[in-house]
Design a protein around this ligand. Structure first.
Ligand SMILES: [Mn+2]
Length: 421
């Protein structure tokens, strides 16, 4: 028998429509490959969606694809992750499940016994249970409370959406040991008499592909199905999932783990050092560097970092840069300027050191007045607004009255009473 292990699709995550489209396409492709490969079932180990209630068009696209699986009689098992899980239990996965498009095998820690009694597995050669990931990871002690008896004649799979210590790189394991990162220990899981009867630990949450045999059991993160942000685009470039083959019958074990990369678009990464440049020489440098690459129909990820010598970040003509790349026919331009600074800004920050918030506010308003960006009247009004907004809820005040009080104060300050009526 074989199954697809897919995780961290994060459908709906990207704000760029082009990237959102690729994200959906990657899911469609993974399902198409699973059908072609005639897998017996699909298991999604969390974060299918980026939020518990995603936009309608995202749900619709996903539901349409899950229907393909159903038409091919391939069950789709799912556990909720940390993104599509909500504490109140309100997740769109419930809707998909009620429509018969998937089977949620993740249980609350209190009713995990339900999983062993799940009728979906009565006549099957395999059994799946899982725990939903929570916003802050799941509790190791709750997991270790697993008390159900597994049928060892079956291939038993445990889906977990969490961080497993032993799979992390050494540098991060140190952080776990210092207590800076929460993680669950695989060795501890395997010391538990009940849990060690699972054959395959189907993991999600970590977006890199990490697979390890620990004491004869496989712990596997397939890697995210689609890169989820700028750094994943430049580091991972593409998404992945796994197809696992296991034998049936008495001596059930894994025969093969196949890594399936999903590449829909090529990615070109350009790293620009902005040190000692000004907004216009920076723009020229970007154009110069870009000449070296084939960009048509590619995702272009540009990272600009460093400190520009003169001018402000806002003086960089990003519109013009975008127009240039449109003419080069890039599929989508992603730019990261989170580590780009200007000398001017650094001086401002230095000047603010050791000052109180009020002093900084006064300084900013006064220099705006000096540069004639605002008038004296506007300065007076700004000070009043700052005062209006610098308030907190009074004991016993409801949200509604609190909001009304602030709104009324501002209407008076801005002289809007006539208009407001
Ligand atoms: Mn995730």
């Amino acid at each position: 028998m074989k199954f697809s292990h897919i995780t961290d699709c994060h459908l709906g995550a990207w704000k760029e429509p082009e990237m959102q489209e690729l994200n959906l396409e990657s899911f469609n492709k993974a399902i198409d490959i699973s059908i072609q490969e005639k897998v017996n079932f699909v298991l999604i180990t969390g974060d299918l969606f980026d939020t518990a209630i995603p936009p309608i068009e995202i749900i619709a696209s996903c539901a349409e694809k899950l229907k393909n699986l159903k038409e091919n009689n391939i069950p789709c098992y799912i556990i909720a992750g940390s993104h599509d899980f909500s504490a109140s239990g309100k997740t769109i996965i419930t809707v998909l499940e009620k429509a018969g498009l998937c089977i949620n095998v993740s249980y609350n820690l209190s009713d995990i016994s339900q999983s062993v009694n799940n009728k979906s597995f009565l006549d099957k050669n395999y059994f799946i249970s899982g725990l939903a990931g929570k916003k802050l990871g799941l509790e190791q002690k709750d997991l270790l409370n697993f008390k159900e008896e597994l049928d060892e004649r079956k291939f038993n799979i445990l889906g977990l959406h969490t961080t497993i210590k032993e799979l992390l790189p050494k540098s991060i394991i140190n952080q776990v040991e210092k207590g800076n990162i929460d993680a669950i220990s695989a060795e501890e899981i395997l010391r538990n008499e009940k849990l060690k009867k699972f054959n395959y630990f189907a993991l999600g949450h970590i977006h890199n592909q990490l697979i390890k045999n620990i004491n004869g059991k496989i712990f596997a993160y397939p890697g995210a199905l689609f890169p989820n942000n700028f750094s994943e685009i430049i580091e991972n470039k593409l998404g992945n999932f796994l197809i696992i083959t296991f034998n049936e019958g008495k001596d059930t074990q894994i025969e093969d783990i196949k890594e399936i990369p999903i590449e829909i678009k090529k990615v070109q990464f350009i790293d620009i050092d902005a040190n000692d440049l000004n907004p216009s020489s920076l723009r020229e440098k970007i154009f110069q560097e870009a000449k070296n690459f084939e960009l048509e129909d590619r995702i272009l990820a540009i990272r600009i970092q460093g400190t520009i010598e003169n001018g402000k970040i806002s003086d960089i003509e990003f519109d013009e840069i975008e127009t240039y790349f449109q003419s080069r026919k890039v599929y989508c331009l992603l730019k990261n300027i989170s580590k780009l600074e200007s000398k001017e800004f650094q001086i401002q920050v230095k000047e603010s050191e050791g000052k109180t918030i009020e002093e900084i506010e006064e300084h900013v308003i006064n220099s705006a007045l000096e540069q004639k960006v605002i008038s004296l009247d506007e300065k007076t009004m700004m000070n009043l607004l700052i005062k209006n907004l610098d308030t907190e809820k009074i004991d016993g005040e409801t949200n509604e009255t609190f909001a009304n009080r602030i709104t009324n104060d501002i209407i008076h300050t801005l002289n809007l009473i006539e208009i407001w009526k």
